[in-house]
Design a protein around this ligand. Sequence first.
Ligand SMILES: [Zn+2]
Length: 316
Amino acid sequence: MKVKSILRLALVAVLGVFLTACSQTKKDSKSQSTPGKTVSVVATDTIIGDIANNVAKGHAKVHVIVPTGQDPHEYDPLPDDVSKTAKADLVFYNGLNLENAKNAWFTKMQNNIGDSVKKKSFAVSDGVEAIHLEGKGKTNKQDPHAWLDLSNGIIYAKNIAKQLERVDPTHKAAYQNNLKKYVAKLQRLDSQAKSKFNKIPNNQKLIVTSEGCFKYFSKAYNIPSAYIWEINTEVEGSPDQISTLVHRLKKTKVKSLFVESSVSQKPMKTVARDTGIPIHSTLFTDSIAKKGETGDSYYGMMKWNLEKIAEGLSAS
Ligand SMILES: [Zn+2]
């Protein structure tokens, strides 16, 4: 008897949850058909997700696929990512060989979902002047890290705003206003960084990281870069790669090394030991920082990077 009533209670509870879920779905679909809907957006990584949130400011619900702190070059989407991507109004990806190469994870996921998703997928880097990889046999491939130049981040934001306005014209004025303010904020940070970097002696200007992700940065801020491996899709930190960098650094006067938050620190620690040059700081290159920590937005991570790089390269 007792067992039976417990069972019945459980059944009622389950039914209750089911009915609530049903009415919730009904409410959601109703609100989506009315003007001023919330746009459902999927972003492949945390940087794109954050820029989208800054442009949409509450008019879109943004799902980010690759979690904070993980490498967006190589990822296995979860079933939840696949279903959210299939249902989304807009899907934003970086492009430029980050996640959209022929055998890359985003391409595979698109192929699995089918044509419907390709029509609503947009490369936020559209319009960026691409820089190519420099390693042997790789010069026909684009380098993805365009966002590490703030002027490209501005292109990302503009591309995102364009699509949000298209699918949700009711909020066009809001998107344009958010975009204007966000672009001004990024532009201010950009000119502050440029004036800081101008004061660094030329023979100390070299940014050294594990992955060669600073090409766009180097071009924008006139600071050459060196690295252990060129891109995260290849072997990361072989003895050969490490000794090549150590050899190069011994001929320079560079004061600091850097390591990225989304890769292992071990290879760069070996470089630091073998050259006697200290690791100055972690940089955020392929992911923003964890929520609540310094660098937990695209603006925040760029501010952190620019400050730490200026500080590390100026060290005497
Ligand atoms: Zn990368």
